[in-house]
Write a protein that binds this ligand. Structure first.
Ligand code: MSP
Length: 497
């Protein structure tokens, strides 16, 4: 099986904030989990560099659009490294490989008769780079998202015959109830579709910062079509001399925020059908991180947390754990530095970190620093039965926070196991050495397994712990019947207080 997961590509008119980090982390957990279970995986992220929002931001700074794009693309690239994101490629829509493929695919769409020349008149938000229908705008012709006045625009555009795909999209939605997840997002897209599709602009004439339309000089492609195509074009040039399209298309998951649902759930599958390509299997729509004011975190509201600062203070794993534990998948959630601190102490230091150090200390003290090759406690293996399959199934439905809850229940179960069996008392009893050996080997195996399953969420700390256990393999995802019989090493506190 192959697994292809993407994030939305980020606009380079602003610098990264925690909302972008959240999306990258989400997709990264899915990619790492897929790799661990042996799927051939490709994970794509990158930057969206054309279009009016970027041109406007560059003009405001008095620099060329590409200069702004170069600078901010580097910030986004640095963010992936800082967050331990395991993307296989970082696309920039100004890459020549992207540009030629966009032209080639949209030429095909043109030649197949899915576009026509017309005049567009409507209300346009330059920050969204989107025309608004009456239903989508705030009172008095304002943008519902940015609160700025919409502009009345009229220009000659090439149109994409979106309306011609009404039935095929209905069939897609009706035949595939998990095309968009979670359900409330599916329902929203389905009711947009039920409202009836109208054709949309594919090109713009008054803008120059975009990809040239090959069949009509003077037009550039509307940024959304250029941007959406990144998911396909990247596969064509991410690896020198190799075309990965046959191996990875259709994408398994596009991970996006709810503000760009229409583009991904409606425009994108229609465009793919027009280009004779398969629609993606799933679109997963996460919620928004909310700032301290309870509003969507966004640069224009000024309520953002800088992910570089948070990672600087706590480390990437702590932020990753916090976001996926704090915010229920598919829902909005408020986040704060205080929240990070609290979960750090209560869960990472006191629960997981403590479990790790006490397990290794007791193995050292009572078992000569070894995990014995003895039959393991069936009581504990019972608690682990089916855990990995449940986690995988939840992640296949993009329920990342529920999967983490499942794993965390077992972290707590292991701490209770220690209390219930009180190895220090077994050691004092003198005649209960076998039981002591078995309890600690069982505990070690339990700790190993939760750590393997936590690895997609906290790649660095878990790798350190697995190394100390002498069992670094990430693909050993079942609770064993017998202890592995090997020495364990030393471990500095994973989450010092
Ligand atoms: N460039 C377009 C996407 C094109 S995809 C073919 C875009 N860029 S963006 O930079 O504005 O947003 C990138 C992603 O970050 C989107 O999925 C968006 O929903 C997400 N987020 C932006 N702010 C967010 C929060 N406050 N919380 C969570 N995610 C948010 O849209």
């Amino acid at each position: 099986m192959s697994y292809y997961v993407t994030t939305a590509i980020n606009y380079v008119n602003a610098v990264p904030h925690l909302g972008h980090a959240y999306e990258a982390i989400t997709a990264d957990v899915m990619a790492r989990n897929a790799r661990a279970r042996g799927e051939s995986t490709f994970f794509l992220t990158g930057t969206d560099e054309h279009g009016e929002p970027v041109a406007l931001a560059a003009a405001a700074e008095g620099v060329a659009p590409l200069e702004l794009a170069d600078r901010n693309a580097e910030r986004f690239r640095a963010l992936t490294a800082t967050l331990e994101i395991s993307n296989d490629f970082f696309i920039r829509t100004t890459d020549p490989g992207h540009v030629v493929r966009v032209q080639e695919i949209l030429q095909r769409v043109h030649d197949a008769g899915h576009v026509y020349l017309g005049t567009y008149e409507g209300w346009y938000c330059p920050r969204c780079a989107d025309f608004k229908t009456e239903a989508e705008m705030a009172p008095d012709y304002h943008c519902a998202i940015h609160g700025i006045p919409l502009e009345r625009e009229s220009e000659e555009n090439w149109f994409f015959r979106l309306s011609a795909f009404q039935e095929r999209l209905e069939a897609l939605f009706d035949g595939q109830g998990d095309f968009v997840m979670p359900r409330h997002a599916y329902n929203e897209a389905r009711s947009f579709l039920a409202g009836g599709l109208t054709d949309v602009s594919l090109t713009r004439k008054t803008l120059t910062w975009g990809i040239d339309v090959p069949w009509d000089e003077g037009h550039v492609f509307y940024v959304w079509f250029d941007a959406l195509l990144n998911y396909v074009t990247a596969l064509g040039y991410a690896r020198d001399g190799e075309d990965l399209t046959a191996q990875f298309w259709p994408a398994t998951f596009h991970v996006i925020g709810k503000d760009i649902l229409k583009f991904h759930a409606i425009y994108w599958p229609a465009l793919l059908l027009a280009a004779d390509l398969e629609p993606p299997r799933h679109v997963y729509v996460h919620g928004f991180l909310l700032g301290p004011d309870g509003e969507k975190m966004s640069k224009s509201r000024g309520n953002v947390l800088d992910p570089f600062d948070v990672v600087g203070e706590f480390g990437a794993d702590v932020l990753r754990h916090y976001l996926l534990r704090e915010v229920s998948s598919g829902q909005d959630g408020p986040v704060s530095l205080d929240g990070v601190r609290t979960r750090y102490t209560t869960e990472l230091a006191n629960e997981y970190g403590n479990l790790a150090s006490r397990t290794l200390n007791m193995l050292e003290r009572y078992c000569d620093g070894r995990v014995a090759a003895v039959a393991l406690d069936e009581g504990l293996s019972g608690d682990f039965a089916g855990l990995t399959a449940r986690v995988d199934a939840l992640l296949d439905h993009a329920e990342l926070s529920s999967a983490l809850d499942e794993i965390w229940r077992l972290v707590r179960r292991l701490n209770r196991y220690v209390e219930e069996h009180a190895p220090w008392q077994l050691a004092r009893a003198g005649d209960r050495a076998d039981e002591l050996t078995r309890v600690l080997a069982s505990l070690a195996e339990g700790l190993r397994l939760v750590t393997v399953l936590l690895n997609p969420y906290m790649p660095a700390k878990t790798a350190t712990l697995l190394e100390a256990l002498g069992r670094p393999e990430l693909d050993q995802r079942d609770y064993a019947a017998e202890g592995w019989g090997g020495p364990v090493g030393e471990l500095a506190p994973l989450f010092p207080k």
